[in-house]
Every structure is written in C-alpha cells, then in structure tokens.
Design a protein around this ligand. Structure first.
Ligand code: HEC
Length: 103
C-alpha cells in the first residue's frame, strides 16, 4: 500500500521535472539553437552537457549565459563565434540558460 503511494508520488514528481524540460527542449529547437548545438556532442557550438559541466557551481553563469544567448559571442570555447539570437526574448534566454545549465 505504502509503496503504491510512493510510486504514484514519484511518478508525479517525475512529470513535474520532465515536462518543463521537454518544453525547453522544444523552445531550443524552435529558436534554432539545436542546429548548432546538441546535448552530448560538439556540433558548431559546444555540447550543452559540456557547457553545464564547465559552469557547475558558478552562480554568475546563468546571467552571463542569458546575455550571451541573446547577444552571441566568442572565445569561451574556441574561435567560432555564436551569432546573436534576436529571435530570443530575455525571458526565453533566461529559461534556455537555466535549461542548459541543468543538463
Ligand atoms: C550558428 C550557430 C549557433 C547557433 C544558432 C546557436 N549557437 Fe550557441 N554557440 C555557438 C558557438 C560557436 C558557441 C561557442 C562560443 C564561444 O566560444 O564563446 C556557442 C556557445 C553557446 C553557449 C555557451 C556560452 C559560453 O560563454 O560558454 C550557450 C549556453 C549557447 N551557445 C546557447 C545557445 C542557445 C540557447 C541558442 C539558441 C537561442 C544558441 N546557442 C544558438 C553556436 C551557435
């Protein structure tokens, strides 16, 4: 009985975690991020997992990445620049930065 409850509870928790993550993935796809980025491997830009690993524990990273997602930039990962993304609002950039950092 108790374990059934626990299963239900953890399923609910999983859905809470999984649904926004999928929405953010869809946002990244819609905003064209995934044409240069992948989760696990480098394409034109760094893998989002590598970005998350690089800034783990860096409290300022979220603000910095929000800015960089909107304005683009170069030098953190090599010589290939990321172009600015004017199709992304500040709120969306914030969400994408948080999502990337959570990978
Ligand atoms: C035209 C290809 C391209 C597109 C489109 C693109 N990126 Fe990038 N991105 C790059 C490159 C190249 C870098 C590495 C820049 C550097 O070395 O500083 C990068 C770096 C990043 C970083 C790490 C920045 C840092 O300072 O460490 C994040 C986060 C990121 N991109 C997110 C996004 C998101 C979110 C989008 C969609 C809105 C996006 N990118 C769209 C090419 C792209």
């Amino acid at each position: 009985m108790q374990s059934k409850w626990l299963t239900t509870l953890s399923l609910c928790a999983l859905m809470f975690v999984a649904l926004p993550a999928r929405a953010d993935r869809a946002l990244a796809t819609a905003k064209n991020c995934m044409s240069c980025h992948a989760m696990e491997r480098k394409l034109v830009g760094p893998a989002f997992k590598d970005v998350a690993a690089k800034y783990r524990g860096d409290k300022a990273a979220s603000d910095r990445l929000t800015q960089k997602i909107m304005e683009g930039g170069v030098g953190a990962w090599g010589k290939v620049p990321m172009p600015s993304n004017p199709q992304v609002s500040e709120a969306e950039a914030k969400r994408l930065a948080a999502w990337v950092l959570s990978q």
